[in-house]
Design a protein around this ligand. Structure first.
Ligand code: ZN
Length: 186
């Protein structure tokens, strides 16, 4: 196994990386651990371009075997909460990319809604992403879960901004259990 940051899975560092130290400073009460299966390399970039930008829905199953293999190791009482796309983007694309990737692998519990924002995170610069204000809201129809752990599921980990907004939203709704996160790529 390769050495990676325990906070975000960034390779080649055994300690919390600079970015994670910054998150720790901003969210001192959060103990976070992110797992990513693959590096975001040029092939992965092409994959997400074809899947998300060009909307080839068949590609949602490309990592199904790897994901099933990984999720067999998750045996605790854990809720799988997908990071949502905003409704406008989902409508344009015809599907929700995160639900597409994980929907046939684990049983999903959608707890978050994404507010419709003028600009997608992916279209922003790194600084723009980091500065984004909260863009999630609790999906009001659901009670706060009693489970001991939530695993947030995303497609790509870029800056951590999305996942920390998701955490903050779950905390604000009153969830007190452990929150970890997972993505296909980082
Ligand atoms: Zn890190």
């Amino acid at each position: 196994m390769q050495i990676a940051c325990p906070g975000c899975c960034r390779p080649k560092t055994a300690h919390l990386c600079d970015e994670c130290q910054r998150w720790q400073h901003l969210y001192p009460q959060e103990h976070f651990r992110h797992t990513a299966l693959f590096h975001f390399n040029p092939a992965m970039s092409t994959y997400f371009q074809n899947y998300k930008t060009h909307g080839d829905y068949r590609l949602r199953r490309l990592f199904e075997c790897n994901l099933k293999h990984y999720f067999e190791t998750v045996t605790d009482d854990c809720l799988f909460v997908p990071i949502p796309t905003d409704a406008k983007h989902a409508e344009r694309r015809g599907f929700d990319p995160v639900q597409g990737i994980y929907g046939e692998v684990v049983s999903l519990t959608p707890l978050l809604n994404k507010k419709t924002t003028a600009m997608a995170q992916a279209a922003k610069s790194r600084a723009g992403r980091l500065a984004s204000p909260q863009f999630f809201e609790w999906s009001a129809a659901t009670a706060v879960p009693a489970s001991k752990r939530i695993l947030l599921l995303d497609d790509v980990y870029t800056t951590g901004r999305t996942l920390f907004h998701a955490r903050a939203c779950l905390r604000q709704a009153g969830y007190q259990g452990r929150i970890d996160s997972f993505s296909v790529a980082r």
